[in-house]
Design a protein around this ligand. Structure first.
Ligand code: AHR
Length: 519
């Protein structure tokens, strides 16, 4: 019997057992408190909400007549949970959806809006009940800024220009009056304009040069008329390691004339491990765990590659690299609708989130915005919902724990990360960043990637020898542990405190854990 149970344990996911910490498992981390790097823009904690599956409909929007508690049709529980994350910006309406979206379908009385189709995502009917005003209401309710991607693929520059006049004009133009008639007399403030989406793929399969010709036109004519609310323009950039869009976009920008400009170039990179996505969201073993983490760490190499090209044309780093789609793209939840991209979210996703955020922070001089895909019920989501039920995912907890890093100043550290080896995978065992917030408090985020061995970190920090160190740690019974509606707190942060031993603060990190502490 015992043998059977042991075999079952070996065959299933790896349990994160906190073992004895050996001498070789003690690492030294020095926070160079006397040094400062760039600001870690809070915009790297942005979200992405596409009209896809149950991301908007059910996930955010239930409609004002729903029996679920809502404010003007938007779920109260979702808003409350997202407010805790201090979401800086939300990218909408897509994704591939954006290049087939016609904004006029989503304004005016709900009953008069057309039913259209969503051919990218399940071919379902798009009711258009969540449109411009509902999106702006939503971002206002959660306290985020709006990042709107316009249709370059199947729309026109005139259509996009009209939308932005409708949104932002403060003079009584016909479009501004229409906005007022639809309930919003004041111009909206739009912080970010996305000029197309994946124009190399679902956004029109455009060659880099063709896209650049469109970019020049859209960047000129899609205007922000709200002088009290500045807006940045983001061009479509590379997919993964392909540098053709980076070269073309940056060269065009360098050679631009007075009539157009941009502020950012986007990068999309998913942690997927091959198409179609086949890595299981739960019920996986150490092999899939290790491979996917290695895959996610490619983000650093990609940023370096594209940043080097950007440096060539823009040594002053005026143009931001905006990683506006990132995250784990796994095999869909069995039984979920095709094209809805629903997947569970495990402790492995928590590590994926932490490793990517740490990477963005280390490139804070160039990466000044990022959007995880996607916010609710789609891909690496913060929240999963089912009717009246809502559960916070491990990824949600990471985003909540990292809130102090929003707009904090990067502080260099010294750390021997050691190596975690599994089969052919060799990656860093520990990954960490530090930052100083506006009140002068120093924060450290540390991921222990190793799913088998706990580590002890001896933390030294020049000017803060005698202080305590405390915070939260996200650990899980197993690497594939998930939160469900029935058991919502299987993966939840727990308080952690460092002990002072022999002149340094010592923090013990469980296997496969994410920890955020402050002095
Ligand atoms: O996030 C899902 C899809 O992935 C987006 O619509 C598209 O931009 C990307 O390919």
């Amino acid at each position: 019997m015992l043998k059977t149970r042991l075999l079952a344990l070996v065959g299933s996911a790896l349990a994160c057992v906190v073992g004895v910490v050996h001498a070789q498992d003690t690492l030294a981390l020095t926070v160079k408190s006397d040094q400062s790097g760039p600001m870690i823009s809070r915009q790297i904690f942005g979200q992405f909400a596409e009209h896809l599956g149950r991301g908007i409909y059910e996930g955010v929007w239930v409609g004002p007549n729903s029996s679920l508690p809502n404010t003007r049709g938007i779920r109260n529980d979702v808003v409350a949970a997202l407010k805790e994350l201090r979401v800086p910006n939300v990218r909408w309406p897509g994704g591939c959806f954006a290049d087939e979206y016609h904004w006029r379908s989503g304004i005016g009385p709900a009953a008069e809006r057309p039913a259209t189709l969503n051919p990218n995502w399940g071919g379902v009917i798009e009711p258009n009940t969540f449109g411009t005003h509902e999106f702006m209401d939503f971002v206002q309710q959660i306290g985020a800024e709006a990042y709107i991607s316009v249709n370059v693929g199947s729309g026109t520059s005139k259509e996009a220009a009209d939308w932005f006049e409708y949104l932002t004009a403060d003079q009584p133009t016909t479009l501004a009056k229409e906005r007022a008639a639809n309930g919003h007399a004041e111009p909206f403030g739009i912080s970010y304009l996305g000029i197309g989406n994946e124009s190399w793929g679902c956004g029109g399969s455009m060659t880099p040069d063709y896209y650049v010709s469109q970019l020049r036109i859209y960047a000129r004519y899609v205007r922000n008329y709200n002088s009290r609310h500045p807006m940045k323009k983001i061009a479509v950039g590379p997919e993964g390691g392909d540098t053709s869009y980076t070269e073309a976009g940056m060269k065009a920008w360098k050679e631009r004339n007075w009539s157009w400009d941009i502020d950012g170039l986007s990068l999309h990179y998913y942690t997927v491990g091959g198409w179609p996505p086949s890595y299981k969201a739960t019920g996986f073993g150490e092999d899939e765990y290790a491979r996917l983490l290695k895959e996610t760490l490619r983000m650093d190499e990609l940023i370096r590659t594209h940043a080097a090209i950007m440096d060539k044309y823009d040594p002053e780093k005026k143009i931001a690299l905006v990683v506006d789609e990132w995250g784990a793209w796994l095999a869909p939840t069995p039984g979920s609708k095709e094209g809805f991209l629903e997947q569970q979210n495990s402790q492995r996703d928590a590590l994926i989130a932490a490793l990517n955020i740490n990477t963005f922070a280390r490139h804070a001089d160039r990466v000044r915005m990022a959007n995880i895909a996607q916010m609710v019920n789609v891909l690496q989501a913060m929240l999963l919902t089912d009717q009246e039920k809502l559960v916070k995912t491990p990824t949600y907890h990471v985003f909540r724990m990292y809130v102090p890093f929003q707009d904090a100043t990067f502080v260099p550290i010294q750390l021997d990360p050691q190596t975690y080896v599994h089969g052919e995978v060799e990656i860093q065992r520990v990954d960490a960043i530090a930052a100083r917030d506006k009140d002068g408090k120093v924060w450290i985020a540390i991921a222990n990637v190793d799913p088998r061995r706990a580590v002890r970190i001896r933390i030294a920090s020049g000017d803060r020898k005698n202080e305590t160190l405390s915070g939260e740690t996200l650990v899980a019974p197993q690497i594939d542990s998930i939160n469900t509606f029935e058991a919502p707190n299987t993966v939840a942060p727990k308080p952690v405190t460092a002990k002072r031993t022999g002149g340094a603060m010592t923090l013990e990190l469980a296997p496969a854990s994410v920890t955020v502490v402050s002095f």
